[in-house]
Design a protein around this ligand. Structure first.
Ligand code: PEP
Ligand code: MG
Length: 591
């Protein structure tokens, strides 16, 4: 049996091949000085190198723009900003002038200072920016000194799975698709730039694999499963067959599902279920249309802040929102305002020392600290609403006061746009039901909002007090816990009593058995990752909703999550088709 390593799924696809461990040699920039009469020339050398780095970064940006689109190209904006950063430039020039250091040494020292300042001061998510800084450093130094490339110790003519500690965005873009089957990195998050680019390029990728690059030898065969975030080192023949099989089945199932694109998501007994898409990036909008989603149930907007040193401008947000609205038209698009804090701390947020970030400054609470953050989004959303159906969704709401505060900001933004003669339109306001408190008072919140979006990811986390990001706790992260059933049923009842539509947008909505539980509890709209929509539609078309409701209603008094799950599998396992793609995420080849 091989060694299975769990990481973070970054881009889907299963590939098997030899590992190519890219160990970029440590950058050695020797300590060297120049004479007092060479200072001016040395400063000029640095400025020329910086200029050339800027030109090459812009070139890369253009290349990405034509290959992948304008949103992906923006990934290089933070790097261009760093190359203009007065602190970085002046600090380097000071080292040259005052300490007589060479341009390369002075610049490297300054970069090192930035790097350690970022790593000390803020959250691990700043790692995303550190990869950008490394890119910038390499590109400036390339002009000044000879920089060795990665050590090629295997025959890279054969396609390989690239294993690295970390990939900078430009290295990801530069990869030769004919030689690289997939990428596995120790560092990185789902929202790091390299991961976003891998998804856009369609390159299977797993990140966050801790020390994989030290555990794998060059040339050793590995399996990379980008959908589940798994890597298997030196797999056995049976494991290879198992993954191979799954890959083949996934592809075959995808083909078969294409036939359901034009069909309606209607159950056998005639109930039409809303099937919406969750988007992480504007580019995902095309995928949502390709699977004929009813609209966008959740457009996460955090992509706008990843790696940014300043709050994104209203115009940039408006462009991004408008592009999705245009692509989806005439279907509705639900834009969720920033859900920052927790595990997402962009650079422009003041560093906050928190013991428990997920219980700290997160979601709507941050808007109090930074009102402009919310105001620009609201204005951009109202402006995008002039081009189609836009709905505004706010995360982590707990109280009626918060909803009234949001309404006040929306009213103010509308007045400003009116006054300035800027084209805009009204949009319905919704809140996420993702804390136990919000579900408990949903009937009250329903008097103040136009729609609800139930987020199972956070609701499970907060109800069961289980960190959603901790893979080691995953056995405790249980949608089928009897407490969850009661709360979801209560949320559905409160929504229907107040006449407020409710859609579920957490991961449970994309899971076959999970969605049957939701439907059985009375949920009638699901928002899923685009790749799950056709499978979910096929499932919906195969069920008798009355039967699902009867099964679930019998489970409301069950004592354990295990019992609920088992009963559901027993009663509905045949429709779920447990062999279907993604249904057995928790199974491994040895099960
Ligand atoms: C959720 O909490 O279920 C949800 C959909 O929001 P996010 O995963 O972005 O927190
Ligand atoms: Mg959430």
């Amino acid at each position: 049996m091989g060694v299975m390593v769990q990481g973070i799924p970054a881009a889907p696809g299963i590939v098997i091949g030899p590992a190519f461990v890219a160990r970029w040699p440590r950058l050695e920039v020797p300590h060297a000085t120049v004479g007092p009469d060479e200072i001016e020339a040395e400063v000029a050398r640095f400025q020329a190198a910086r200029q050339s780095a800027k030109e090459r970064t812009s070139g890369l940006r253009e290349q990405v723009e034509s290959r992948l689109g304008s949103v992906q190209a923006k990934i290089f904006d933070p790097q261009l900003m760093m190359l203009e950063d007065p602190d970085l430039i002046e600090g380097t020039v000071t080292y040259i002038c005052d300490s007589f250091l060479t341009a390369e040494r002075a610049f490297s020292l300054r970069v090192l200072e930035f790097r350690s300042r970022w790593l000390d001061a803020t959250h691990a998510r700043v790692m995303d920016r550190v990869a950008d800084l490394l890119d910038v450093q390499l590109r400036v130094l390339e002009t000044l000194i000879d920089i060795p490339g990665p050590e090629f110790a295997v025959d890279v003519d054969d396609p390989v799975i690239l294993v690295a500690h970390e990939l900078t965005p430009s290295r990801m873009v530069d990869l030769d698709r004919s030689r690289v089957l997939g990428v596995a990195t120790d560092a990185g998050t789902r929202t790091s730039h390299a991961a976003i680019l891998a998804r856009s390029i369609g390159l299977p990728c797993v990140v966050g694999l801790s020390d994989l690059s030290h555990r794998v030898e060059n040339g050793v065969e590995i399996i990379l499963d980008g959908r589940r975030g798994k890597v298997v080192i030196a797999p056995s023949e049976s494991e290879k067959r198992w993954f191979h099989d799954r890959d083949a089945r996934a592809k075959q199932a995808e083909k078969q599902l294409e036939g359901t694109v034009a069909e309606e998501a209607r159950t056998r007994d005639g109930e039409r279920i809303g099937l919406y898409a969750n988007l992480e990036l504007p580019a995902d909008a095309r995928a949502a249309v390709a699977v004929n989603a009813d609209g966008v149930g959740l457009f996460r907007t955090e992509f706008l802040v990843v790696g940014k040193t300043a709050i994104p401008a209203e115009e940039e947000q408006y462009e991004a929102f408008k592009s999705v609205v245009d692509t989806l038209a005439p279907r509705p698009v639900t834009i969720r305002t920033f859900d920052l804090g927790g595990d997402k701390f962009p650079m422009f947020l003041p560093p906050i020392a928190e013991e428990n970030p997920f219980l700290g400054w997160r979601g709507i609470r941050i808007y109090e600290m930074m009102p402009e953050l919310f105001r620009y989004q609201v204005r951009a959303a109202l402006r995008a609403a002039a081009h189609g159906q836009v709905r505004l969704l706010v995360p982590m709401v707990n109280t009626v006061d918060e909803v009234q505060g949001i309404r006040a900001v929306i009213d103010e933004a509308r007045r400003e746009l009116e006054r300035d003669g800027i084209e805009h339109a009204d949009c319905p306001l919704g809140v996420m039901l993702e804390t136990p408190a919000s579900v408990a008072i949903a009937a009250v919140l329903g008097r103040y909002v136009d729609f609800f979006s139930l987020g199972t990811n956070d609701l499970i986390q907060y109800m069961l007090a289980v960190d959603r990001g901790n893979a080691q706790l995953s056995q405790f992260f249980d949608l089928y816990h009897p407490a969850l059933l009661k709360y979801i049923r209560d949320a559905v009842a409160a929504a229907s009593a107040t006449g407020v539509p409710l859609c579920v947008c957490g991961e449970a909505a994309s899971d076959p058995l999970g969605s049957l539980l939701l439907l059985g509890l009375g949920v009638r709209s699901l928002s899923c990752t685009p790749s799950a929509i056709l499978g979910q539609k096929r499932l919906i078309r195969s069920i008798d909703l009355g039967q699902v409701e009867r099964v679930v209603s019998r489970l409301l008094d069950a004592e354990t999550g295990r019992e609920i799950r088992e009963q559901m599998v027993m009663a509905l396992g045949d429709v779920v088709d447990l062999a279907a793609v993604d249904a057995d995420d928790n199974l491994s080849p040895s099960d």
